[in-house]
Design a protein around this ligand. Structure first.
Ligand code: GDP
Ligand code: PGA
Ligand code: MN
Ligand code: MN
Length: 623
């Protein structure tokens, strides 16, 4: 549906925008769309319905404008490659803002802005930012439409790439709009790539394949529940249902309303005895969520199904159990490292209907990235459109290259993804990318120790955000870039779940990334992680042994199934080794970090640091 703006592009924003063609009479929605169009001054407004015809029309349009390259229809049916601007390849944490009235409500880990001042700045950059472009209105639901844990939103955007991606990643279109019209609350989200085609005095400039702006704002108003994103077309900055809504705004909503919005995958594990377990796991970006969510067990009799790979919303149900949904409908996954050897499920899922971003193009019109096959093709066009050969000395795909694909295409997807009530969570895993210190798996003795485990995640930085790859940084609950309020209050909120739940999930720490002195990974990871999942499920069931260490409970000698595993005994020992001196230094680092939160840090977290210290001093080993 299209609405023509009766406007002189050279004039000020005095247009009377006719919304008679809009597919809704919802006054609040119409007023917001009208106001946003008056500010950003697009040539036209298009309401999106999420239909296959719309997807086809928009992808055709983007092929024509050069934003998308259509891949070979036989090798990769209905699939596309987008190459972003080289400066617009990841989330921009330095330009991500939380605007709360009181600075302390954003906390020391967020970039705080005073809401009034930020609003004024945004007004400045959004004024006329869509000139010469189409503004798309995208109604969407996070979670099954109308579900008790689900939420609604509307994104307006001048990026057709964002529209089709939101169509894959959320339940977008008519059903969500109907729920909004029925009176359900919704979160407004405004997105502009910040590259108007007509300037304030009417001069026209040509479009580029990936429009964006060096100036970026990823702005959140958790108190009024609004999102404003400017200057980037990249996933986490531009698909506003994902990180902006489902994590930053939703985490703040969850705190007010007694639930949790988390950077977690969700999976369903079935034991050989047909007992079903549901696990949630938080790892920082590019630290293994998508892979674990799609794992193929290497141990006989166990089955793993995927529910979500990035975000979980979890709420106490009337029986006092924690119930989780995946609010998304698609996967926005890291391509490099995804191959038949490591993640065959993802490879099958990617056989058609995929939007790839910043991977390499093969000579026969297909895609390639590092890790897809052992041997690189002899010639490629790299992610920046340049010729590439194996001795080019640079990666062919950007390390944060991504695929966008519907969850329904995942061969291991569980029916539960469409269950509005969600699944009961039996265990929660916390992990990071740690070359040393952190054992393969530990179990927290109780909920408080589990919260401490989550709060103490550190991880080597990856290409998923700007910054130096490999540098160790604290990333509590893998939520450092995503908590929409003060991180110490967030720890407190997690502790308070104890009082809201009758049955608490068990909590575990895991680390697939420990390395030997020679730099190689000690643990084979991927499908072999099923051995760790087995122990976790057996702990939930109460049938697996464990012994105590200062860091928590670890498997007894016969606790992990090791049949058919090709890991030397020395490596296995190293995977669980706790070096008291290194851990003492680790705790010093943690204490310094926690000190940033001042009086707001829950006392329990301090007590947990002391508990681990005391354990290390006493060498409380029962092995
Ligand atoms: P996500 O961003 O948290 O979803 O992480 P992904 O699952 O996309 O994985 C990010 C990177 O880590 C990819 O290059 C994977 O190949 C790699 N990775 C994932 N799981 C493992 C594992 O168990 N062991 C090792 N060594 N690498 C892994
Ligand atoms: P990831 O999701 O966790 O799969 O990397 C995107 C991100 O967190 O930037
Ligand atoms: Mn993520
Ligand atoms: Mn992922």
């Amino acid at each position: 549906m299209t609405i023509e703006l009766t406007r002189d592009v050279t004039g000020p924003a005095t247009d009377t925008l006719s919304l008679t063609a809009a597919p809704t009479t919802d006054a609040a929605l119409l007023a917001w769309v009208r106001g946003t169009a008056e500010l950003t001054q697009p040539d036209e407004v298009v309401w999106c319905d999420g239909s296959p015809a719309e997807f086809e029309r928009l992808t055709d349009l983007m092929v024509a404008t050069g934003t998308l390259i259509r891949l070979d229809p036989v090798l990769r049916p209905n699939s596309f490659l987008a190459r972003s601007a080289p400066t617009d390849v990841a989330r921009v944490e330095s330009r991500t803002f939380i605007a709360s009235h009181r600075r302390e409500d954003a906390g020391p880990t967020n970039n705080w802005r005073e809401p009034g001042a930020l609003r004024e700045e945004l007004h400045g950059v959004f004024a006329g930012s869509m000139r010469g472009r189409t503004m798309y209105v995208v109604p969407f639901s996070m979670g099954p439409v109308g579900g008790p844990i689900s939420q609604l939103g509307v994104q307006v955007t001048d990026s057709p790439y964002a529209v089709v991606s939101m169509g894959v990643m959320t339940r977008m279109g008519a059903q969500a709009l109907a729920a909004i019209e029925a009176g359900a609350p919704w979160v407004p989200a405004v997105h502009s790539v910040g590259f108007p085609l007509v300037d304030a005095i009417g001069r026209v400039r040509p479009d580029v394949p990936w429009p964006c702006n060096d100036l970026k704002y990823i702005a959140h108003f958790p108190e009024s529940r609004e999102i404003w994103s400017f200057g980037s077309g990249y996933g986490g900055n531009a698909l506003l249902g994902k990180k902006c809504f489902a994590l930053r705004i939703a985490s703040a909503m969850g705190r007010q309303e007694g639930w949790l919005a988390e950077h977690m995958l969700l999976l369903k594990v079935t034991s050989p005895e047909q007992r079903v377990f549901h696990l949630a796991a938080a790892f920082p970006s590019a630290c293994g969520k998508t892979n674990l969510a799609m794992l193929r067990p290497t141990i006989p009799g166990w089955q793993v199904e995927t529910i979500g790979d990035d975000i979980a919303w979890m709420r106490p149900d009337p029986e006092g159990r924690l119930r989780a949904i995946n609010p998304e409908a698609g996967f926005f996954g890291v391509a490099p490292g995804t191959g038949w050897a490591t993640n065959p499920t993802a490879m099958e899922m990617l056989s058609e209907n995929v939007i790839f971003t910043n991977v390499a193009l093969t000579d026969d019109g297909d895609v390639w990235w590092e890790g897809m096959t052992e041997q690189a093709p002899q010639h490629l066009i790299d992610w920046q459109g340049r010729d590439w050969t194996p001795d080019s000395g640079r990666p062919a795909a950007h390390p944060n290259a991504r695929f966008t694909v519907a969850a329904s295409q995942c061969p291991s997807i569980a029916d539960d993804i469409d269950d509005p009530a969600g699944v009961p969570v039996d265990a929660i895993l916390f992990g990071g990318r740690r070359r040393s210190n952190v054992p393969l798996v530990t179990q927290a003795a109780d909920w408080s120790a589990g919260v401490f485990l989550g709060a103490s995640i550190s991880s080597e930085q990856t290409a998923a955000a700007e910054g130096t790859v490999g540098e160790l940084r604290h990333d509590p609950f893998a939520m450092l870039p995503f908590a929409g309020y003060d991180m110490a209050d967030y720890f407190g909120h997690w502790l308070s779940m104890q009082d809201r739940l009758e049955e608490l999930p068990l909590v575990f720490g895991v680390n697939w990334f420990r390395r030997g002195d020679d730099g190689r990974f000690l643990w084979p990871g991927f499908g072999e992680n099923s051995r760790v999942l087995e122990w976790i499920c057996r702990r939930v069931e109460g049938t697996a042994g464990a012994h105590e260490t200062p860091l928590g409970l670890v498997p007894t000698a016969d606790g992990l199934t090791l049949d058919g595993l090709d890991v030397p005994a020395a490596d296995l020992e190293e995977l669980f080794r706790v070096d008291p001196a290194a851990w003492s230094a680790e705790l010093d680092r943690l204490e310094t970090y926690f000190a940033r939160f001042g009086d707001k840090l829950p006392a329990q977290i301090g007590r947990d640091v002391e508990r681990v210290r005391a354990g290390l001093r006493e060498q409380r080993w029962t092995a």
